[in-house]
Design a protein around this ligand. Structure first.
Ligand SMILES: C[S@@+](CC[C@H](N)C(=O)[O-])C[C@H]1O[C@@H](n2cnc3c(N)ncnc32)[C@H](O)[C@@H]1O
Length: 301
């Protein structure tokens, strides 16, 4: 009798291999099968939540329906959604100083909306940061600018969270005060999104542990959220972006999947559009037609 039989919640090496293969097949995310403690910890919550009484029972569900709910939930459980407003701030400074002016100079935002795509958007912090920066830029430089945001992710759970567009005090800390005033609504209700929100303009800084903040309607109405796996983008997903954020997701992929994801995103960029990767995620091989213009910033010719 092996360890897994004695303890039904235990993840042994063979089970780890099956679980990480399922995650890789569905999302491209390469979790190391050696991380059995990590996998076991994340799976234990899933077992409790689903009422399945053993790791082997879970694997059986996976094998019965390889793309079913058990598989989707496993991807959710083993995926990292860490994100923050103004993460890797240099990208936003660069867009404001160089990227947006260059896009305007080539006509973006006139005949069609200048479109920013957050391609692994997690809770949306990156998407809304981009919206705040672009809206601020447009107000100062080109009030008639047409623009739009799109956020995609492989996790349905995180997209549901992103759709609420609601954040807590810690989340909003990196947002400069003037932008908080303009782009956030404060909700007094604990749990936030369902509560009655009021405009923050002129309001004193929020205190209270339960205070939640919602992105203002003026940004929300510009945005669209959709499910998409970067390794196999849905045919029906119509995107033609001027700026694509592909940040802090490539590190979870094998090199060949990194290139595949980058190519999938690059294909949906306008000529002259920009692809931004995480600062720690330089592309070993560039998608055709892309050139490096600054560290972790690529332009489509
Ligand atoms: C660490 S977060 C990065 C969020 C944001 N881009 C940032 O830099 O702050 C990684 C996100 O990538 C998503 N993800 C992982 N694999 C994906 C795939 N194959 N296609 C689309 N999104 C994926 C995860 O669900 C997660 O929300």
């Amino acid at each position: 009798m092996n360890a897994a039989n004695k303890n039904p919640g235990r993840v042994g090496p063979e089970q780890a291999r099956i679980l990480v293969e399922a995650v890789h097949r569905l999302s491209g995310i390469a979790v190391s099968a050696d991380k059995t403690d990590f996998i076991e910890h994340r799976l234990s919550r899933l077992l409790r939540r689903t009422g399945i009484d053993s790791v082997n029972g879970y694997i059986q569900e996976l094998q019965t329906a390889p793309a079913g709910p058990a598989a989707q939930n496993l991807v959710e459980a083993l995926t990292t959604h860490t994100t923050s407003f103004f993460r890797e701030r240099g990208h936003f400074d660069w867009l404001e100083a160089q990227g947006f002016p260059a896009l305007l100079a080539q006509g973006a935002g006139r005949a069609r909306p200048l479109t920013i795509w957050s391609a692994a958007c997690s809770t949306g912090a990156e998407l809304w940061t981009a919206g705040m920066v672009l809206d601020t830029f447009a107000r100062a430089r080109e009030p008639a600018l047409r623009w739009a945001l799109i956020g995609t992710d492989v996790s349905q759970q995180i997209l549901a969270k992103a759709a609420l567009a609601t954040f807590d005090e810690d989340d909003i800390r990196p947002i400069p005060e003037a932008m908080r005033q303009r782009y956030l609504l404060r909700s007094r209700a604990k749990g936030g999104a369902g509560g009655r929100a009021r405009d923050l303009t002129g309001a004193a800084a929020a205190t209270g542990g339960g205070t939640r903040y919602r992105i203002s309607p003026e940004l929300r109405r510009r945005a669209r959220l959709a499910w998409a796996n970067l390794l196999d983008l849905p045919a029906g997903l119509k995107i033609s972006a001027d700026v694509a954020f592909l940040r802090n997701v490539l590190i979870y992929f094998q090199p060949e999947d990194q290139l595949r994801a980058a190519m999938n995103v690059a294909r949906r960029l306008q000529p002259g559009g920009y692809l931004l990767t995480g600062h720690a995620e330089s592309l070993a091989q560039l998608p055709p037609g892309m050139t490096l213009v600054a560290p972790s910033i690529y332009r489509k010719t």
